[in-house]
Design a protein around this ligand. Structure first.
Ligand code: ATP
Length: 368
């Protein structure tokens, strides 16, 4: 085993059945040393079960888990060198903060003086210096979660896994903890796996993420890739908001498709991408995804390549952006504008042209 890949995590064909329920099916990914990797998906999609198999709390029905070059599939959690933080802080209420953080070290037989030093360093790292003698009950939720993080980090694990660690905190604290977590992770360079159903958290923290649905990974990529180039309808809809428009491929030319939109009087639009080559043929039914922020509105003929006419049904001001719902021949299109002018230029009831640039949409590959 080389030093450089000793903290990578590889899972292959990872599958878990609970009786008749298949919770996880054929998950496969490789996380590089020092990478921040998230498992993102709706409730019940198998995130926690995947994480528990990596940490050793759940035995896979099929597949393997390796840390570095070591296959740890059959090893118990304490032999995997993984630190874990749960949504519930799971601190011992009758032990002090210092005893809570030092518990794992005590179990490992680390001498008291070294233990005290490592506990102090760890509390300093999470922004709670000198808090050793406090009782967990005297701390806020945010502080308790920092203690749980210090407890996971003090054993200097190869891999840190976190399961919805900040979802119990209020919005402001959540944001603060999010930044703190990223700071600490970057400072330590520790390989991290983070489970969340919150796309904003996953997009802002992760180097890469797996978007999960129904026990499987729908797409694995960087935040930019899953946002700008979703490969299927589930990802396009789950990450951010998407207008999903049905169409039929008129013609294919290498990586470029000419698509006639159904239901919308927009004529033909184009989609291009390496993914299309060999996967899409003339006559195929396809779905286009267009982000609301890529759409513009005009009252007269616009410059954009694609335009559909419709009527504004509602307008919602949200501070930074204004969201319009436009009815185009019975199709509901969501348009998001930023800036004061664009927000005040249109009102509910106005007839408008909605347009976008030909490159600002993605052709989704269904069932690939
Ligand atoms: N111990 C268990 N026994 C039986 N079924 C289980 C068990 N643990 C999980 N499941 C089922 O496996 C599926 C995946 O659950 P899991 O907790 O991994 O999802 P999740 O994505 O983490 O959800 P959440 O975000 O709600 O925690 C669900 O259908 C769940 O009911």
């Amino acid at each position: 085993m080389t030093e450089s890949d000793s903290r990578s995590v590889t899972v292959t064909e990872l599958t878990k059945d609970f009786g008749d329920v298949r919770a996880v099916e054929d998950m496969a990914f490789e996380i590089e040393e020092g990478e921040f990797f998230s498992l993102l998906g709706p409730s019940g999609c198998g995130k926690t079960t995947t994480l528990r198999m990596i940490a050793g709390f759940e035995r896979p029905t099929d597949g393997t888990v390796s840390i570095g070059d070591d296959d740890v599939t059959d090893r118990p959690p304490y032999e995997r060198d993984v630190g874990m933080v749960f949504q519930s802080y799971a601190l011992f209420p009758h032990k002090t903060v210092g005893e809570n953080v030092g518990f794992g070290l005590k179990m490992e037989g680390v001498p008291e003086a070294e233990r005290a030093e490592r506990v102090a360093d760890s509390l300093e790292l999470v922004g709670l210096p000198g808090m050793e003698d406090r009782s967990p009950g005297e701390l806020s939720g945010g502080q308790q979660q920092r203690v749980a993080l210090a407890r996971a980090l003090v054993i200097e694990p190869s891999v840190l896994v976190l399961d919805e660690p900040i979802s119990n905190l209020d919005l402001k604290l959540r944001k603060q903890m999010q930044f703190e977590l990223k700071r600490i992770q970057t400072e330590l360079g520790i390989t991290t796996i983070y489970v969340t159903h919150d796309q904003e958290v996953a997009l802002s923290l992760s180097d890469r993420l797996a978007v999960m649905n129904d026990g499987t990974a729908e797409q694995i990529g960087t935040p930019e890739e899953v946002y700008h180039e979703p490969t299927n309808r589930f990802v396009a809809d789950f990450i951010g908001e998407s207008n999903l428009l049905a169409g039929t491929v008129d013609a294919m030319d290498g990586t470029r498709a000419t698509i006639a939109l159904e239901d919308l009087p927009a004529g033909s639009v184009h989609a291009s991408g390496d993914r299309l080559d060999g996967n899409v043929d003339a006559g195929d039914a396809v779905t286009l995804s267009v982000r609301p922020e890529n759409l513009r509105m005009a009252s007269a003929e616009p410059d954009g390549d694609v335009a559909v006419s419709g009527t504004i049904r509602s307008k919602t001001f949200q501070g930074k952006e204004t969201t319009f719902l436009v009815d185009a021949d019975g199709e509901e299109i969501v348009v998001e504008t930023t800036g004061r002018e664009s927000g005040t230029a249109f009102e509910a009831g106005d007839d408008v042209l909605v347009y976008w640039n030909a490159e600002d949409h993605v052709c989704l590959l269904e069932g690939q």
